[in-house]
Design a binder for this molecule. Structure first.
Ligand code: IPE
Ligand code: IPE
Ligand code: MG
Length: 249
């Protein structure tokens, strides 16, 4: 990937700034099918998927969406062929290294959620480096879910809370939604307003189970490598037409 400086793109005139989601989460699905449709090996779909993510991050920044969370690798994705898993781990490492300079220029604050300790050490080092380096950045909050599972995250939170109870630091009656949220990987990040899934699958696949309680869900048949600015524009237009009720009338 090349470092390229692009002009700031303004928000399309049919979108209302006040009604933009503050946080968009995306299940980037369909890389394998995209590659197959082009007669290419699956890994080429993942490579192209990185371009889509970079473009989406930039579009979010340009249009004023404050936070983007992307599902890059699930706790279930280890069940894929070894070569594909190895390729993905190496791709994450290289992309992170290459994109850091640009993320600094664009004031992006990157962080990672998931069971990071199970990732290859070299990738963990790159993750720590990028997180540390960008932590004071004030621009878009970019979260990458890597070896992430919503169920594992909830179990992880339960364990941490149980330990505090055992140590007498917390009483069972003190445990409420706000205490619980403080023990999730996503502490400090608001819940997604909009969840996008590409490639037409009507499922959540263990992503942000707690956090999407009231997210608006947008599913498109477009495969992730084809998800561009126009597709995102469509998703935002659909989102702005929704009536969010949060249980009220
Ligand atoms: C999403 O694309 C990327 C990851 C899960 C890492 P897929 O690889 O799942 O693509 P399809 O769903 O097989 O087409
Ligand atoms: C979800 O996609 C995980 C990521 C996008 C990283 P999958 O392709 O793994 O989901 P399933 O298997 O179709 O549910
Ligand atoms: Mg898939």
């Amino acid at each position: 990937m090349t470092v390229q400086q692009t002009e700031l793109e303004y928000l399309p005139s049919d979108l209302e700034r006040e009604l933009l989601p503050k946080h968009v989460a995306v299940i980037m699905d369909g890389n394998g099918r995209w590659a197959k449709s082009q007669g290419l090996p699956r890994i080429m779909g993942h490579k192209r998927g990185v371009d889509s993510l970079r473009n989406l991050l930039r579009t979010c920044r340009d249009w004023g969406v404050g936070a983007l969370t992307a599902y890059a690798f699930s706790t279930e994705n280890w069940k894929r062929p070894e070569e594909e898993v190895e390729f993905l781990m190496s791709l994450f490492k290289h992309v992170l290294r290459q994109e850091l300079r640009e993320m600094m220029q664009e004031d992006v604050q990157i962080r990672f959620v998931g069971n990071l300790e199970a990732l290859p050490l070299v990738l963990q080092e790159e993750i720590t480096h990028a997180t540390e380096k960008t932590k004071e950045n004030k621009g878009i909050k970019f979260t990458v879910a890597t070896n992430y599972g919503g169920r594992l995250e909830i179990i992880h939170a339960c364990r941490a809370i149980a330990e505090k109870v055992q140590q007498g630091l917390l009483q069972p009656d003190d445990i409420d939604e706000s205490v619980f949220e403080k023990h999730l990987y996503t502490v400090g990040i608001c819940d997604p307003d909009l969840l996008i899934r590409t490639s037409g699958e009507m499922r959540i696949s263990n992503f942000l189970l707690w956090q999407i309680a009231y997210s608006e869900i947008y599913i498109t048949d477009t495969l992730w490598p084809d998800f561009d600015r126009n597709e995102f524009h469509r998703a935002l237009r659909a989102y702005q037409q929704r009536e969010r009720r949060f249980g009220k009338v």
